[in-house]
Design a protein around this ligand. Structure first.
Ligand SMILES: *Cc1c(COP(=O)(O)O)cnc(C)c1O
Length: 398
């Protein structure tokens, strides 16, 4: 039965993903089930999306209640749910105003447009360049692909958008050298997640913030993956004692309901006026009801606390595995985003995890990425570590 559906999938779907050879039909907390009724421990959370776990009761209730009232009405109207969602985001962040869209790429696209428009209004037409980091990931639209500092994603899509330059991550000197009177913004991930879980250095981020502030260059933080509790704070910038000018969010913002947003300071957000930017679906009542329930649940302190505590618990277990297996090069992360860098190929390891009933993925060919739901329990991490130990032991013998 499952086999047949996989064949249909290959027949009817664009071949844009290397998919796991299973069809998932149900999820609950950090567990998912395939068509044949087999259960898997989910350490991927739909790619860092379902931070509260699957079928979270408040999100389900909020969405189903809203679905019976009003799906969509457009941004030509004020919407109670959207205003509530924006208010919660503003009250819990550095920002003053929110623009809603539908995905991470769209959020970064909005951030790029806003930065250019802000600079255009204040300084005129020639100040439009955006500096991004090598090894970064900002999305798949042409503008966000142009901002992405990895040539493998850009191959075959030239000409890319002009006005983007790349500098090495965590390197203040290179950034200073690259900034010119054409620079309007720097876009940064505090953790390069897609890029292999590399953390921005605290001193670097503080210096970068000071430097960009002096020059009125906007700092855009791409918190599409790090936002909404993933690092143990609601937003990753809270670990760094700085505030950005613009922050992009998506992935976990609706706990699986597609929604994105940018948040900005008032003076920056003023650059958007009626007619300058828009999104038909952006923040519609259904999406906003998911955002409200997600944020209300996550700002309950226990979830962030659990993320930090269980993150440390996972880290200790991973560190013990590193002592045991020499092909584990490094363990990097914070909260509940962890990368296990291997000196061997990661894809066969991911396949073994699947066979053992655990979902993880691999970036950069050799870095295993762990992003379990933030509501995970000790026992579940124990299950993961036990299986990882078994798999690594088999790898060792190969
Ligand atoms: C996933 C991701 C994006 C792209 O988000 P989509 O919703 O897939 O468009 C952008 N930036 C970062 C840091 C991401 O992790």
């Amino acid at each position: 039965m499952q086999e047949q559906w996989i064949n249909y999938g290959k027949q009817y779907l664009a071949n844009t993903y290397n998919r796991f050879p299973i069809v998932i039909t149900k999820g609950e907390r950090c567990w998912i089930w395939d068509m044949d009724g087999r259960r898997y421990l989910d350490f991927l959370s739909g790619i860092a999306v379902c931070n509260l776990g699957h079928a979270q009761k408040d999100v389900v209730e909020s969405l189903t209640a809203q679905a019976g009232k009003l799906f969509h009405i457009s941004n030509l109207f004020y919407m109670e749910q959207q205003i509530k969602a924006a208010k919660i985001l503003v009250e819990h962040s550095f920002g003053d105003k929110v623009f809603f869209c539908n995905s991470g790429a769209e959020a970064n696209e909005a951030a790029i447009k806003l930065a250019r428009r802000y600079s255009w209004k204040k300084y005129g037409a020639d100040r439009y360049e955006i500096i991004s980091m090598e090894n970064s990931f900002h999305g798949r639209t042409l503008a966000t692909l142009s901002a992405t500092g990895q040539t493998k994603f850009q191959e075959g899509f030239s000409p890319l958008l002009s006005g983007f330059t790349y500098v090495p991550f965590n390197d203040m000197e290179s950034l200073k050298k690259t900034v010119s009177n054409k620079t309007c913004a720097v876009i940064l991930e505090l953790i390069q997640a897609e890029g292999g879980v590399y953390l921005a250095d605290k001193k670097y981020v503080r210096k970068l913030r000071e430097f960009t502030k002096e020059k009125d260059i906007l700092l855009i933080l791409d918190e599409v993956q790090t936002g909404i509790g993933r690092t143990g704070k609601l937003f990753a910038y809270e670990h760094y004692d700085i505030e950005p000018d613009i922050m992009s969010l998506a992935k976990a913002l609706g706990n699986g309901f597609p929604v994105g947003a940018i948040i900005g300071k008032d003076d920056v957000m003023q650059a958007f006026e009626p007619g300058t930017h828009a999104s038909t679906f952006g923040g519609n009542p259904l999406a906003s009801s998911a955002v409200i329930a997600t944020l209300n649940t996550i700002t309950d302190e226990n979830i962030l606390k659990n993320c930090i505590n269980l993150g440390m618990y996972l880290y200790k277990g991973l560190q013990a595995l590193k002592e045991k297996y020499p092909f584990i090069v490094e363990i990097r992360g914070i909260g509940l985003i962890w990368g296990i860098e291997l000196s061997i190929d990661g894809d066969p390891v991911v396949k073994e995890f699947l066979q053992e009933g655990v979902i993880i993925n691999c970036t950069k060919g050799n870095i295993l990425r762990l992003v379990p739901p933030l509501i995970i329990k000790n026992e579940e991490i124990d299950i993961f570590l036990e299986i990882a130990d078994r798999i690594f032991e088999r790898q060792q013998k190969k």
